[in-house]
Write a protein that binds this ligand. Structure first.
Ligand code: GLV
Ligand code: MG
Length: 322
C-alpha cells in the first residue's frame, strides 16, 4: 500500500531551473523558493536532455537544498524521452527527490503510467513505495476536461498546475503574452474558467492548486497583479522564473499579517465560546463580528497558510472578563 501523499508541503513559490545549466542549478539552492523544479522539458533543448539528466542527478545528490520541495519536470508521455527521464533521475537520486512533475497531462492514464513506473523503480531500489509525489500540469483542453479523473488517478498526485503558455497555444488564444488578457477580450478574465476548474478539482480531491509562469520577468508589478488574482481565488502558489519573483510570490501567497492575526483570534474565541466555560454557544461575537462554525473553517484556512509560511502572531485573544 503506497504511503499517504504529503499534500501540505508549502509551495507558494515554485522555481523553474533548467537542468541543462549547472550554474543555475547551483544558484537555485541559495534562493528562498518553497519549491524548485529542475527541468528536463521545455527549458532543455532536445540535444541537451541527456546531459541535463546527469546534471540533475548530481545536483540532487550533492544536497544543499534546505527545506525546499525538490521536484524534477520530465518530458510528457507523447515524446520519446519520458521513461528514460524517470528511470535515470529516480534510479540516480530517488531518495533526494520529493516529486516528479508531469507536463501536458491529458488523461488519467498518463498519471497511472507514471505511478506504475515509479512503483517499480522504488521497489527495485528499496525506496519507500509511494513517497515520491506527482505534480500534474494541465496544459490543454483535454487535460482540463479530464481534470477530475486526473486529480484522483493516483494518491501520489499532490498538485494540479496551470500551464498557461501551452494552454494558450493549444486553444488558439489570440495572444503571445502569457498570463495577460488576450487583446480584444474586454468582458472579464479570459483565464477564470480554467483557474476555477483547476481549483475545484484540487479542493475536491485535497490537492494543491498552483498557478503557472509569468514570462515578463522584469515586470514584477505585472507578476504581482497576475499572482494576486489566483491567490485571491484560493491558489496555493505560483511558478517563479527569476529571483525577483520569489519574494513577491512568497508574500502574495501568504496571508497578510492582520488577516493571520485575526484568523488566530477567531479560532481562540470560537474555541472558548463553544466550551463549557464560554457557555457552550454555537455563535458568538468577536468585536463587531458574529462568528460561527463556518467562520472557524474560514479562519482555519488562513491560519493554516500562515503557520505553513512560518508567520508569527502579533495579537493575543482574551476571554471577556465580566
Ligand atoms: C508551462 O509549462 C506553460 O506551458 O505555461
Ligand atoms: Mg508548458
Amino acid at each position: 500500500m503506497p504511503a499517504a501523499p504529503k499534500t501540505i508541503r508549502p509551495r507558494r513559490s515554485c522555481l523553474a531551473v533548467p537542468g541543462s545549466n549547472p550554474r543555475f542549478l547551483e544558484k537555485a539552492k541559495g534562493l528562498d523558493a518553497d519549491q524548485v523544479f529542475l527541468d528536463l522539458e521545455d527549458a532543455c533543448a532536445p540535444l541537451a536532455k541527456p546531459g541535463a539528466r546527469k546534471n540533475i542527478v548530481a545536483a540532487l545528490n550533492e544536497g544543499g537544498w534546505g527545506e525546499k520541495v525538490r521536484v524534477v519536470r520530465v518530458n510528457d508521455w507523447t515524446t520519446k524521452w519520458t521513461y528514460q527521464d524517470v528511470i535515470e533521475v529516480v534510479e540516480g537520486a530517488g531518495s533526494n527527490l520529493d516529486a516528479i512533475m508531469l507536463p501536458k497531462v491529458q488523461t488519467p492514464e498518463h498519471v497511472v503510467a507514471l505511478d506504475l513506473l515509479l512503483t517499480q523503480i522504488e521497489t527495485e531500489h528499496g525506496l519507500e513505495v509511494g513517497r515520491i509525489g506527482i505534480e500534474a500540469q494541465i496544459e490543454n483542453a483535454l487535460g482540463l476536461i479530464n481534470i477530475d479523473a486526473i486529480a484522483k488517478a493516483s494518491p501520489r498526485v499532490e498538485t494540479l498546475i496551470f500551464g498557461p503558455a501551452d494552454f494558450m497555444a493549444s486553444i488558439n488564444m489570440k495572444s503571445l503574452v502569457v498570463g495577460e488578457q488576450p487583446p480584444g477580450y474586454d468582458v472579464g478574465d479570459a483565464y477564470h474558467h480554467i483557474l476555477m476548474s483547476i481549483l475545484m478539482a484540487a479542493r475536491a480531491h485535497d490537492k494543491q492548486a498552483i498557478d503557472g509562469p509569468y514570462l515578463q520577468i522584469r515586470d514584477v508589478d505585472g507578476f504581482r497583479r497576475v499572482a494576486d488574482r489566483s491567490a485571491a481565488l484560493g491558489f496555493d502558489g505560483k511558478w517563479v522564473l527569476h529571483p525577483d519573483q520569489v519574494a513577491a510570490a512568497n508574500e502574495v501567497f501568504s496571508p497578510r499579517q492582520e488577516d493571520y492575526d485575526h484568523a488566530e483570534d477567531i479560532l481562540d474565541a470560537y474555541d472558548w465560546h463553544t466550551s463549557e466555560a464560554g457557555g457552550a454557544k454555537g455563535s458568538a461575537m468577536i468585536g463587531d463580528e458574529m462568528i460561527d462554525e463556518a467562520s472557524r473553517k474560514m479562519a482555519l484556512v488562513i491560519s493554516g497558510k500562515g503557520r505553513a509560511a512560518g508567520m508569527q502572531r502579533t495579537t493575543t485573544w482574551e476571554p471577556p472578563t465580566e
